[in-house]
Ligand binder design. Structure first.
Ligand code: UVW
Length: 340
């Protein structure tokens, strides 16, 4: 199997399996049947917001390259388009109107990682020269265009988050309550531990499910009240072990469409050193985003939902979690809703 963008696909990848030009990856496994199965999890009608306020964590101690959202307001006439009296347009109008503008790092807070978020240096054409390559062979420089690239117009020309937004991001969420097992201690969770917890908590994962991991990390962020302590955060709460090949293989085999966690990066970041001279710094990101087209949700907020699920001895719920339909973005804030 090959196509115009690649002759060699990465070992363990699914490139081409959803079509030569596919841009949504494992979200293809969401179907009317998986959504109907998810809707059947709704028995009480209670709903939970799974987003932090988007101005959390506060500052940038958690990740120095992302800044807090900045709201601003544009000018209108002599003043601002904020508390603006429409009587200035026509003396007969009584309305007062306000509009927002925002400078938003799309992955500052509760977010989706899009498929253009992490690629790899990879020799997709077999020329011996690795290139910047993303899911399904899309290329850095032509498909994902940045300020350093020759192509005009920045952004993700392919695999942008808008493709995910139109894919109907709704299905069955299944919660793995790692906080209940590990509290806020740092735990590196690999295949064996994940399987142990699934069994202990009676969680069944089926193809088309969104795997949700409650670790307590977002609760800790909220408690830090926008003054996050980077050192404490770096040694708190559970993270997946992206170097565990058995875990990565389970992700492949399980048929899940996404992993959504309340921690910073789903996996340990930085991860332990890999093998050989060259390896991904973010191995689970490489496996999920680059090889499988499997989206990652990060810094989600699960506290009340997890508590409700504990009290009702349940793990599954209806999850509705579209990203912004923002053309060309490689990630997006999210305001997911769980309905139980
Ligand atoms: C990094 O890019 C480090 O992380 P994330 O995918 O968690 O946003």
């Amino acid at each position: 199997m090959e196509n115009a963008r690649w002759k060699i696909r990465p070992e363990g990848s699914n490139w081409g399996d959803f079509g030569p030009d596919d841009q949504i990856g494992r979200m293809n496994l969401l179907t009317p049947a998986t959504r109907l199965r998810a809707v059947r999890e709704v028995q009480h009608g209670d709903a939970f917001c799974l987003s932090l306020p988007l101005d959390y964590p506060g500052g940038n101690a958690l990740f120095q390259h992302r800044k807090e959202p900045r709201l601003f307001h544009d000018r209108r006439g002599d003043g601002y388009n904020y508390n603006y009296k429409l009587s200035s347009v026509c003396g007969c109008f009584t309305d007062v109107v306000s509009d927002d503008a925002v400078m938003l790092f799309t992955q500052y807070s509760t977010q989706w990682d899009g498929l253009g978020h992490v690629g790899q240096m990879f020799d997709a054409m077999g020329t011996g020269a690795p290139e910047k390559v993303y899911y399904n062979g899309f290329r850095g420089g032509t498909d994902i265009v940045g300020p350093d690239d020759a192509a005009s117009g920045w952004g993700a020309k392919s695999i942008g988050i808008e493709h995910m937004a139109t894919a109907g991001i709704q299905g069955r969420g299944v919660m793995v309550d790692l906080e209940r097992i590990h509290g806020r201690s740092r735990a590196l969770v690999g295949y064996e531990e994940l399987m142990r917890v699934l069994e202990m908590q009676g969680v069944t994962v089926e193809p088309g499910d969104f795997l949700c991991l409650y670790t307590g990390f977002a609760d800790l962020i909220l408690e830090m009240n926008k003054q996050p302590d980077g050192d404490v955060l770096a040694r708190s709460c559970s993270v997946l072990n992206g170097r565990d090949e058995k875990l990565l293989q389970w992700i492949t085999d399980s048929g899940i469409v996404a992993i959504c966690a309340d921690n910073f990066a789903v996996e340990a970041y930085p991860a332990e050193a890999g093998q050989g001279d060259h390896y991904p710094a973010l191995p689970l990101h490489a496996h999920c985003l680059f090889k499988l087209g499997l989206h990652l949700g990060e810094l989600w907020y699960f506290a009340e939902l997890a508590q409700w699920l504990r009290e009702h001895k349940r793990s599954a719920f209806l999850l509705t979690a579209p990203p912004l339909r923002l053309p060309g973005a490689v990630g997006s804030p999210a305001t997911p809703i769980a309905t139980v």
